[in-house]
Design a protein around this ligand. Structure first.
Ligand code: ARG
Length: 583
């Protein structure tokens, strides 16, 4: 496709005297496939050529027709025919050449279709997941976790050096409360059994008790001050809380195969906040307001950013400013991406505005990628009180539902194998759901919908992959050998409507990666995968693949199957969904 476009652009460039690149920039897609594959509008030429656009289109058609009449003209290998429709010149590509080119590119790309080196030498920090120590890892953090991982993968696939950051919430006055609560009510046995639920229990208890014993607040404040000063007892407890929480988080990360390069939490940046204060006052950006120190952001249309509270302590925002300074110094990042929910839009606008005021070069390198909230259809988690659903509970429930489906369709499989397949399908279905609609939309989990094998779901994509795998597995060895040796030559036989539709979807995959990256929207890639899978299944049902006597045709169709398999697998993996060979 790429090369075919180049040929056409060259021909037009010769005919009208503007550069090939300028011609290509004008190319569009005809409104309907029946009108052609590439359209060239002639409006812009009207001025230079002093002719009506429709006349230009007519003349160009004559010029191109003339060349197509000569079979040895290279253009004749690319263009089947051309129509002048009003001011447009519509090209119909030669189906055989198109098929050959798409399959050739696919074979060359191997398991990494659409991968590039675009980002070579550039570092992108993606900060995501970022749960809070001693607090539940809930489904909201799941959104950040899966979206962030997909965005990191998208950048990596385009050759960027990606640094995966986890900005742990491991600092703040709540740790004073936790220390006081632990000393009074902590149960070491329970902490070993289920650390986060024990820590949440005593934290909630603190808030209940403080109603009766207001002195607890003071105690907590003092404990936090001692922690800040590095007092041993408090430090030891804080380290313990942090470690047991991290152990629990790490189990989840292990389960979903996500690994961070950097786990510096807020406590790490807390040590750098005096530099932030110095810098801000040096630039005369700090203003006193009711005993606190703030940066006025009225010129950015934002409320003031609090830097130091009236007791001189720093806040969340101060630590975030320290983090940007540190990251830029250490990584000189091309992008610093925060995958954090919509409620923090104002927070990040403030941080980024302060960076601008501090004179950070290209402050637009900082990006907040916001996302919506998670909801559940009736009955999905109906038994629970309160509204916190843990990510692990959601994954477990997804896997349990998937297991029931797998067991029913494969009574022959052993438990271990069923478990493995169910884990992939269940986790994959959940991850897909987080990513598939635009990220700022709220998502609604319902098991019937997300596990529907015919729906816009991970199981549908996964099932399509298994279909491809099984076709390739069933092929005769001599067919596979020929596929390897000259698959793209045979591919010229893929001229049927359904085959061509699949080829067109394959061609669009790389563009969907670029769009997904540009908008921080993995959904744009998943939508393309879904359309590819639908087109493939139509082809699969309409066309005999292995059951024809014509070897060349079998090879050609298997080359298409292979290209589909590789594209689907690559896209699924970027989304963090591990394919299965059977399901
Ligand atoms: N820990 C925070 C939360 O759970 C998210 C941290 C977001 N990242 C940041 N750099 N502020 O809401």
């Amino acid at each position: 496709m790429i090369q075919m476009k180049d040929h056409i652009a060259k021909a037009l460039s010769e005919a009208v005297g503007i550069s090939s690149d300028d011609v290509k920039a004008l190319f569009t897609q005809p409104p309907q496939p029946a009108m052609g594959d590439i359209a060239f509008p002639c409006f812009q030429l009207a001025k230079t050529l002093r002719k009506a656009p429709a006349l230009i289109a007519g003349d160009l058609k004559e010029n191109i027709d003339h060349r197509l009449a000569n079979p040895s003209d290279p253009l004749a290998k690319v263009v089947d025919r051309v129509d002048a429709v009003g001011a447009y010149l519509n090209f119909f590509l030669r189906r055989d050449t198109f098929a050959e080119e798409v399959i050739r590119a696919s074979i060359l790309a191997g398991n990494r279709p659409g991968a590039s080196e675009e980002g070579k030498g550039k570092t992108v920090i993606v900060e995501y997941s970022s749960p809070n120590i001693a607090k539940p890892f809930h489904v909201g953090h799941g959104f950040s976790t899966f979206l962030g991982e997909a965005i990191a993968n998208l950048y990596e696939y385009a050759g960027y050096n990606v640094e995966r950051f986890n900005h742990l919430g491991d600092y703040g006055t709540q740790f004073g409360k936790l220390i006081v609560a632990w000393k009074r009510w902590g149960n070491p046995e329970a902490l070993k059994e289920a650390p986060i639920s024990e820590l949440t229990r005593i934290y909630v208890k603190f808030h209940d008790e403080v109603e009766l014993l207001p002195d607890l607040e003071d105690e907590a404040r003092q404990a936090f001050t001692r922690l800040e000063q590095g007092s041993e007892e408090e430090m030891t407890l804080w380290h313990q809380f942090r470690r047991v929480s991290l152990d629990e988080f790490n189990d989840t990360y292990e389960r979903v195969n996500i690994h961070f390069d950097n786990m510096n939490g807020e406590s790490f940046y807390a040590k750098m906040t005096s530099e932030v204060v110095d810098l801000l006052s040096e630039k005369r950006l700090l203003v006193e307001s009711e005993g606190a120190q703030i940066v006025d952001l009225e010129d950015h249309g934002l409320n003031p950013c609090l830097i130091l509270k009236n007791d001189g302590s720093t806040i969340y925002a101060t630590r975030d400013i320290a983090a940007v300074l540190y990251r830029d110094r250490m990584w000189n990042f091309f992008r610093n991406i925060y995958v954090v929910g919509i409620p923090q839009i104002n927070h990040f606008n403030q941080i980024f505005a302060v960076m601008e005021k501090l004179g950070m070069p290209n402050p637009e390198r900082n990006v907040h990628v916001a996302f919506g909230t998670v909801r559940f259809a009736d009955g999905v988690f109906s038994t629970r009180k309160g509204n916190i659903v843990l990510l692990d509970e959601l994954l477990d429930a997804g896997v349990a539902h998937a297991r029931a489906i797998v067991k029913e369709s494969h009574p022959d499989l052993g438990d271990a194998e069923i478990d493995e397949i169910a884990e992939r399908i269940g986790v994959g279905a959940v991850r897909y759901t987080y990513l598939a609609s635009g990220r700022e939309r709220d998502i609604l989990f319902s098991w019937e919908d997300i596990l529907d094998y015919e729906g816009d779901t991970a199981p549908y994509l996964l099932y399509t992959v298994t279909r491809c795998v099984s076709l390739l597995r069933k092929a005769e060895p001599f067919v596979l050998k020929r596929l390897e040796e000259r698959g793209f030559e045979d591919a010229a036989l893929l001229i049927g409507d359904d085959e061509q539709r699949v080829l067109k979807e394959i061609v669009l995959f790389p563009e969907s990666l670029a769009a997904a990256r540009a908008h921080y929207e993995p959904s744009m890639m998943l939508r393309r995968l879904m359309q590819l899978a639908r087109a493939f299944n139509t082809f699969y049902h309409s066309t005999p693949i292995l059951r024809t006597d014509d070897t060349a045709l079998v090879v050609a169709r298997l080359a298409l199957v292979q290209a589909v398999e590789r594209t689907l697998k690559a896209g699924l993996r970027i989304a963090g969904i591990e394919p299965v060979d059977r399901m």
